[in-house]
Design a protein around this ligand. Structure first.
Ligand code: FAD
Length: 543
């Protein structure tokens, strides 16, 4: 993908002067010019032509303010990252060439935590693993919500992208408030009640009083979030995971129709994750090069064989039931009734069953011939995610088309893993969901990629769909093919009424929207960032 066509404002002498001032404010060790580090920062899981002249690493909010003031003085664009794990959407690569990477990883303090009121306040560099470990250490009865991205991914980076996880708190931006933001000019503002000195409810009440501004600082280039309060979920008395599968490719519509009423009436409190066979297979193993005779995309007869051998359906789904034992039993009954006749397998799993299965897996294999321990290896991380336990297991799927196994320490950017994620939203309506899936499958297969698709019933009324274009960047021509496929997919989905909820760092320009919205956003950007120094082009309507 080519970078947003934004003129590089900073000239070389300006950059030199800015670097000198940043060194004075942050210390020499926090202004990085090492060629290998810069190349790494320019590398995503797809091709880009963006260059990064330097990386700056502020350690606190005052230093972020200084970085932005100096950036304005010398007209040097900067691009903020918190965890920098935005794989499939651009990794750490800035939206415009010539941008200095503003790496917030050093700002990794947990600023506040309240067990009774169930929230945590963090700086942007705080990772999923860090919060998980913090709660464990304190023997907290609270759960965080985790994404399937790495334990090293940040909470703030994900929330500002409006990402999602798996528990009842899975829609992340719906569970945050009290943000501190450094504006592009270097001034600070706080949102909600946090702006009133001494207010006791900054971390507790989302709306505050007056215009609600938090949304302006998500999926935008209007500020750098330096603090955020995130709500945590009280662990339920009882938790049970459910898994079901359907052997018929045409079964998706009736599954969605069956689940929607249960989401709407509160029986299912958490996101439901539905995946097609390609998505499941890429989670189980790498591309079956041998069975496919080296051909791509995966021949249908090979998929049929593998589905049988590895025991998964055309569609597979998972989710969690949370509550008292009685509540969970009732939800289980309602889910069973709703899915009767629509799925081939429906299983419920709790901690005790999981432990038992582990103990008897050898015996099970002897009797049935099926390697249950391998299945358990794959189920455990998912079972954990449904309870807010981060894992790096799903990251292995980025190595799908690679010919060597994923290394112990996975780095999809450096290892040449090709990954582009396109994320349209569908109504929670069976027929319309099938329409979207058909469009995506046809497009990807035509370009020679396996249409790995997941659909997450993120709210009661909508499904966030993630379509993965997964390939090997070391195979010549694949980068170009993947970019062309992504562009066509994005265009067709938007034309058919399924715009994406999230964009890659380099493809945010050119969104087709009503002129009113574009006009407001342009005015806000001009007011807050007249020199266009913060993440130029990121989610920005073209001038
Ligand atoms: C296998 C796999 C599984 C994944 N699973 C999920 C999933 O379940 N859910 C999901 O949502 N995503 C998922 N992802 C996508 C992605 O990896 C995550 O969203 C991840 O959390 C993003 O990385 P980060 O949190 O480190 O954010 P960053 O990379 O730091 O930032 C993301 C974006 O936000 C902006 N930003 C970051 N910090 C700030 C700030 N402080 N102020 C202003 N702007 C900021 C950045 O400019 C960037 O555009 C997955 C990816 C892979 C490869």
């Amino acid at each position: 993908l080519s970078s947003a066509k934004i003129a590089i404002i900073g000239s070389q002498p300006n950059l030199e002067m800015a670097l000198e001032k940043w060194r004075a404010h942050l210390g020499r060790e926090n202004v990085i010019l090492d060629a290998a580090d810069l190349r790494a920062a320019e590398t995503a899981t797809y091709s880009t032509d963006v260059t990064v002249p330097a990386i700056v690493r502020p350690g606190n909010r005052e230093e972020v303010q200084a970085v932005l003031r100096i950036a304005n003085e010398y007209r040097i664009p900067v691009y903020p990252v918190s965890g920098g794990c935005n794989w499939g959407y651009g990794s750490r690569v800035p939206s415009a060439s010539g941008s200095v990477l503003l790496d917030l990883g050093r700002m990794n303090r947990i600023l506040d935590f309240n067990e009774d009121l169930a929230y945590i306040t963090v700086e942007p560099g705080v990772t999923q693993q860090q919060v998980y470990a913090y709660l464990q250490e304190r023997k907290s009865r609270l759960w965080m919500d985790a994404t399937g991205a790495s334990p090293q991914a940040s909470l703030v980076g994900n929330a500002v992208e409006r990402g999602f996880g798996h528990t009842p708190y899975g829609d992340h931006f719906s569970h945050v408030c009290g943000m501190e933001v450094v504006l592009p000019g270097g001034d600070v503002m706080e949102t909600g009640f946090s702006r009133f000195e001494g207010a006791r409810t900054g971390a507790l009440h989302r709306w505050g009083v007056g215009a609600y501004l938090d949304g302006l600082f998500t999926q935008s280039n209007l500020g750098v979030v330096t603090r955020m309060s995130i709500w945590l979920m009280p662990a339920p008395e009882y938790f049970q995971a459910y898994f079901f599968s359907c052997d018929s490719a045409g079964g998706l519509s009736s599954i969605v129709e069956a689940l929607r009423p249960l989401r709407l009436n509160g029986t299912l409190r958490s996101t439901v994750h539905i995946a097609n066979d390609y998505k499941v297979l890429s989670g189980l193993q790498q591309y079956p090069w041998e069975e496919a005779g080296g051909r791509t995309p995966l021949p249908p007869e090979v998929m049929t064989r593998l589905r049988k051998k590895l025991h998964f359906g055309a569609w597979s789904a998972s989710g969690g039931l949370y509550g008292t034992r009685v509540q969970v039993a009732e939800s289980r009954r309602l889910l069973r009734a709703a899915l009767a006749g629509k799925v081939n397998k429906l299983q419920f799993l709790d901690e005790r069953k999981l432990r038992m299965a582990g103990r008897f897996s050898g015996l099970y294999r002897l009797v049935t011939g099926w390697d249950l321990s391998r299945a358990l290896e794959l189920v455990r991380p998912l079972f954990g995610l449904l309870q807010g336990v981060p894992t790096d297991q799903p990251l292995a799927s980025t190595y799908w088309r690679k010919r060597t196994p994923p290394p112990a320490v996975m780095d999809p950017n450096q290892d040449g893993c090709g990954l582009l994620w396109c994320s349209p939203v569908a109504p929670a309506d069976g027929a319309q969901t099938e329409e979207l899936v058909a469009l995506a499958s046809e497009t990807l297969l035509r370009y020679g990629f396996e249409p790995a698709i997941s659909l997450t019933m993120i709210t009661e009324r909508s499904l966030a769909c993630v379509i993965s274009i997964t390939y090997d960047r070391h195979v010549s021509g694949e980068d170009e093919k993947a970019s062309a496929c992504y562009r066509e997919l994005l265009r067709r989905l938007t034309d058919e009424g399924f715009p994406c909820y999230r964009m890659t760092s380099q493809s945010s320009g050119g969104l087709k929207a009503s002129p009113g919205y574009d006009h407001v956003m342009r005015s806000v950007k001009r007011t807050l960032d007249p020199n266009q120094i913060l993440a130029p082009g990121r989610y920005q309507p073209p001038e």
